[in-house]
Ligand binder design. Structure first.
Ligand SMILES: Cc1cc2nc3c(=O)[nH]c(=O)nc-3n(C[C@H](O)[C@H](O)[C@H](O)COP(=O)(O)OP(=O)(O)OC[C@H]3O[C@@H](n4cnc5c(N)ncnc54)[C@H](O)[C@@H]3O)c2cc1C
Length: 592
């Protein structure tokens, strides 16, 4: 059985010393009252306790037991309902919800750390409150005042949960194909009819009501993505006074049997003329759903980091205890029959890769969260627009890069355990099975790469990219001479990405396959370059204090590893992008 300890020290370092978020909060009126550095620290400490003490212990048993479906009802594993109640009563579901409706109004930079903790503790468990928080965000941004008053307080309190119903059997990536019907009724509501598949938390026994956000089509809607509307469809009808009424006409037909996240109910949902209420205007459903998806995509990216962090914690402990062979430089533990495997260069390579990727990912996801906060809370329209640009550009990177690297790091964590890593009781193989879905759902990673390259870069003629690149260059130009060791390779990396971006923009004008051919390797080149920026920011914060304590010295050593061993990956990725689309189409379809 593995244990989990929230990495509070690193989280505090990133918030307080790297990004100095308290200064930002002092400039954003909605946050000035709500939070300061001490409050944030106390919240994170509490979150560390509840995730490690209450939720993490259910991770393995939840995986073994899974969810059960019986005649439309879904039972979560033993301990889940009680743990969920504890979590909800602690106010964690509505932690960043709107205070006007009972939320706690915390900034995303704080809730992003909580997301990391709860997902490290138990990815399956984390999905229930995560979907609820996302649904609340969409309702709060796009629904009528009446719907907000009726639904948000109960959802923030965790009494009711949320789900996101997009996918249909024939429509996953291409949501323009969805067929679910929404027929207007005389009282202003809609009759929703259709089948949705793979719906996380579509049915379960954790809450008395489930609020589904469902994409559907009005009878006169245009074909494709421009004809989709969003509806709020409760499992149990809600009376005008907020009490629960009769069951709505919807049911869970079955649950999926999956590779991982076995304690998260993945449901087939049948809507049989269910009553729903429109959110936002007709045919604007995808835009309304995207409000939720930007947040969810960052949260899914964080899931990749969470699994990597949990795997790392176990792997370090194991590498210190497991003795095999002697160090190449001569015996280290002379009182033992062999040295602990942490002395071996290859084991150190794997541990350092995990550590550098996790800490870089934590800084990057916090940076994106900070942009979400500025976009939401700033009074300054220029600052808001600039932050919105960053969110648009970086969300697909956060989603895909953190989760792709989450798979790499959890595989390293398993490898460090040798044969034991393959055996269930050590917990490492579950993390690989769990993290794998994060590369697929919430838009497969290949689609994230297309979004980055196609919509966010080529679609904007490189303008959003240029603004981010300029920010990195300005940082590098202003950096002190002491940082030169890190700033020089960062400058080379951003110059490389500038050239690559210009090349793809140019080729995309004439080659229709260029974007798709370049996108995944381009996203990874972008990701490693962005992490180099994060590592340089972390070094700047740690450098002056390197003699104060081990934490700062280890930051610098890890940064050196990142720049020496991981950043150079961009040059091989760049060569792949430069090779263009031609070799992808040399084979006829029949030759596969
Ligand atoms: C455990 C689990 C939980 C889920 N939870 C939810 C949920 O809560 N709500 C919900 O609505 N859905 C949910 N999903 C569905 C999930 O979001 C979809 O599976 C995902 O978006 C991919 O869609 P698809 O499975 O139809 O694959 P497809 O769209 O059929 O794609 C198959 C492959 O083709 C690639 N591809 C498709 N189009 C292109 C293109 N234009 N260019 C390049 N490559 C392309 C994709 O990247 C992918 O690799 C869940 C799925 C799972 C497995």
């Amino acid at each position: 059985m593995t244990t989990y300890k929230a990495p509070l020290r690193d989280m505090r370092f990133i918030l307080d010393e790297v990004f100095e978020v308290a200064k930002l909060w002092a400039e954003l009126p909605a946050l000035t009252e709500a939070v300061d550095a001490d409050t944030a620290a106390a919240i994170l400490e509490e979150a560390g306790k509840v995730t490690a003490g209450t939720i993490a212990p259910l991770n393995r048993s939840g995986d073994e037991e899974g969810c059960q479906w019986n005649n439309g009802m879904v039972t979560t594993p033993a301990g889940f309902p009680e743990a969920y109640r504890t979590y909800a009563e602690g106010g964690w579901v509505g932690i960043s919800g709107d205070p006007a409706y009972g939320g706690l109004g915390m900034p995303k930079v704080v809730s992003a750390q909580i997301d990391e903790m709860v997902n490290s503790a138990n990815l399956s468990f984390a999905l229930y409150p995560m979907l609820t928080a996302g649904a609340c965000l969409s309702i709060n941004t796009h629904a009528t005042e009446e719907l907000k008053r009726l639904y948000l307080p109960k959802m923030y309190a965790g009494d009711w949960s949320g789900s996101m119903c997009l996918t249909e059997p024939h429509a996953g990536t291409d949501l323009g194909l969805i067929r679910t019907k929404a027929e207007p009724q005389a009282d202003g509501s809609y009759r929703i009819t259709g089948t949705k598949i793979s719906i996380t938390g579509g049915e379960h026994d954790l809450t008395e009501n489930i609020i589904h956000l469902v994409l559907g089509r009005l009878p006169d809607a245009p074909a494709g993505p421009k004809g989709i509307s969003l509806f709020l469809v409760p499992k149990v009808m809600v009376n005008p006074d907020g009490t629960l009424g009769k069951r709505n006409s919807l049911s869970c037909g079955s649950i999926e049997h999956k590779m991982g996240i076995k304690a998260s109910a993945t449901c087939v949902m049948n809507f049989d003329g269910a009553t729903g209420y429109i959110i936002d205007t007709p045919n604007n459903g995808l835009a309304a759903m995207f409000t939720m998806m930007n947040y969810e995509r960052l949260a899914v990216g964080i899931q990749g980091l969470s699994c990597g962090e949990r795997s790392y914690q176990s792997a370090v402990k194991y590498a210190r205890e497991r003795i095999q062979s002697r160090a190449p430089s001569g015996p280290q533990a002379t009182d033992k029959a062999a040295d602990p495997i942490i002395v071996h260069p290859d084991v150190r390579r794997m541990l350092l890769t995990m550590k550098a990727v996790n800490e870089g990912g934590r800084a990057f996801s916090t940076y994106v969260a900070m942009q979400l906060d500025i976009a939401k809370f700033s009074d300054d329209p220029v600052a808001r627009r600039c932050a919105e640009e960053r969110v648009a550009l970086l969300t697909p990177v956060a989603k895909a890069f953190l989760t792709d690297l989450g798979l790499e790091t959890t595989v390293h964590g398993q490898q460090i355990f040798g044969g034991h890593g393959f055996v269930r009781e050590w917990g490492q193989e579950q993390l690989i099975r769990d993290v794998r879905i994060t590369q697929i759902y919430e838009g497969a990673n290949g689609i994230q790469a297309l979004d980055l390259m196609g919509r966010k870069i080529v679609g904007n003629s490189g303008v959003l990219y240029k603004h981010f690149s300029d920010e990195i260059k300005a940082f590098a130009n202003d950096a002190s001479a002491e940082l030169a060791e890190f700033v020089k390779p960062l400058q080379a990396a951003i110059a490389n990405l500038d050239d690559l971006t210009a090349l793809v923009l140019d080729r995309a004008r004439t080659d229709p396959n260029e974007i798709g051919a370049a996108s995944v390797e381009y996203l990874h080149t972008f990701g490693y370059t962005a992490y180099a920026y994060m590592w340089a920011l972390m070094v700047r914060a740690a450098l002056d204090r390197k003699n104060e304590d081990d934490f700062y010295a280890s930051k610098l050593a890890t940064a050196r590893f990142y720049f020496a061993r991981l950043l150079p990956r961009i040059y091989s990725l760049t060569a792949s992008v430069r090779a263009g689309s031609k070799s992808l189409f040399l084979l006829a379809e029949t030759q596969f």
